[in-house]
Design a protein around this ligand. Structure first.
Ligand code: NAG
Ligand code: NAG
Ligand code: NAG
Ligand code: NAG
Ligand code: NAG
Ligand code: NAG
Length: 357
């Protein structure tokens, strides 16, 4: 009897329990933010990169075809999305070391954080792409196939023309950006795409800012956003400078100004035509208030300010004083962040401009 009574009780209780609506189990699994480690790759920026490393969640395309000319550029792109569901694309540029795999991964980690903080920022709707602007040393070291577009070590940053492969000439890095943007803007491929963000930090931020000024086609500009993070120097819009230097020649020439010396891509443009385009575009600037490094130390850059942050403050003041703040531009001063691409992308302001705005 002693054993049977508790047994009956237990049965009765469990029968009762079966008829009572169950409460959901206590959350025992902890939802963690995904953070993929930085991919590693052999080689160096000066000696050349040896391969296109695998990157979690991304597919590497060593020879993405840009347009009907057959010109090819390596890119990484988010794996496995359904084009119909994609509403936003973020094309993120590399830094000066041409580290496309690293920037793809950093942007993807920022998207994991954004999705973790706000589940309506959906990973299935946002395609990330990172182009690789490579050079002759990357062909020699092995990362670049012999038939893809290559540039000089830093000439891709300012929109200059390719130097290879044999048989392809006059291909500006800005023309390559035109083609990547067109890929996403194509409504028969991505019918629900609302926004393409072209994003860059540091050297990539310089590229985005210059491209926003020189970009020729305008039909999709209402869906195109530019995110300019901590650029080392800027394409200044007025002819004067906060720290003029009479011994520094060409202060107002491209890439530091608009007096002239434009690459072939922008050779039909002049100051006025660039200004009217640039000031109408959706340009979202972001500077870390602790970015006290000077990046570009050339005298042209020094006339804009002594650090990334002060160059940004001076630029914003100049734009505001000369033109009035453009209706389509925003600026984020990201408190306490230094020259830190991850810190900028993962800031609340960065997440908003990259994945929501
Ligand atoms: C692209 O690269 C892949 C892998 O290296 C190669 O198999 C393919 O033939 C290349 N395609 C073109 C058009 O070069
Ligand atoms: C969350 O994301 C949605 C969709 O992207 C956006 O509309 C909303 O403002 C975001 N909420 C917050 C609190 O940021
Ligand atoms: C858009 O994509 C379709 C399907 O791939 C292609 O046939 C068409 O040429 C593309 N349009 C443009 C303007 O590139
Ligand atoms: C802001 O951008 C929209 C969309 O591209 C454009 O139609 C409008 O003219 C721009 N506004 C100004 C003041 O330039
Ligand atoms: C002005 O430019 C000259 C020529 O490049 C340079 O030597 C000098 O350091 C610059 N002065 C300042 C204050 O940056
Ligand atoms: C531009 O100047 C106005 C008037 O001084 C000021 O209210 C506004 O905040 C400035 N805009 C920026 C982006 O600094």
């Amino acid at each position: 009897m002693k054993t049977i009574i508790p047994l009956l009780l237990a049965l009765a209780v469990s029968t009762l329990a079966a008829n009572v609506p169950r409460r959901p189990p206590r959350a025992e699994h902890v939802v963690r933010q995904e953070k993929n480690p930085d991919p590693t790759v052999g080689g160096s920026p000066d000696g050349g990169w040896q391969s296109m490393p695998q990157v979690a969640d991304a597919t590497a395309y060593p020879n993405w075809t840009l347009d009907d000319s057959g010109a090819m550029l390596p890119v990484y792109q988010t794996t496995g999305l359904i084009p119909n569901e994609v509403t936003r694309a973020v094309i993120v540029l590399p830094g000066k070391p041409r580290d496309c795999w690293y920037y793809w991964n950093a942007m993807n980690n920022a998207l994991y954080l954004a999705n973790y903080q706000n589940s309506s920022i959906s990973r299935s709707q946002i395609s990330i792409m990172a182009p690789c602007f490579w050079t002759q040393v990357d062909v020699e070291a092995g990362a670049a196939q012999a038939d893809v577009l290559i540039w000089g070590m830093t000439t891709w940053i300012s929109g200059h023309e390719n130097v290879g492969p044999t048989g392809v000439s006059d291909y500006s890095s800005f023309k390559a950006l035109d083609a990547l943007i067109e890929h996403y803007m194509n409504k028969s491929v991505y019918p629900n795409l609302k926004t393409v963000v072209l994003a860059g930090h540091s050297a990539g931020g310089q590229t985005v800012q210059r491209y926003a000024g020189l970009r020729q086609t305008t039909e999709n500009d209402d869906r195109l956003h530019f995110w300019v993070g901590n650029p080392g120097s800027l394409m200044w819009l007025s002819a004067d400078r906060p720290y003029p230097n009479a011994s520094c020649s060409g202060i107002d020439d491209y890439k530091y100004g608009l007096a002239g010396d434009f690459p072939a891509y922008g050779s039909k443009l002049d100051r006025d035509s660039i200004l009217s385009l640039y000031n109408s575009r959706i340009v979202n600037y972001a500077w870390g208030t602790a970015d006290n490094g000077n990046g570009d130390t050339r005298c042209e850059a020094e006339t804009q300010g002594s650090t990334h942050y002060t160059r940004g403050q001076n630029f914003v003041s100049m734009v505001n004083a000369t033109f009035g703040w453009p209706a389509n531009a925003t600026v984020d001063w990201v408190e306490g962040v230094s020259h830190d691409n991850v810190g900028m992308m993962e800031s609340a302001e960065g997440i908003d401009k990259l994945f929501v705005y």
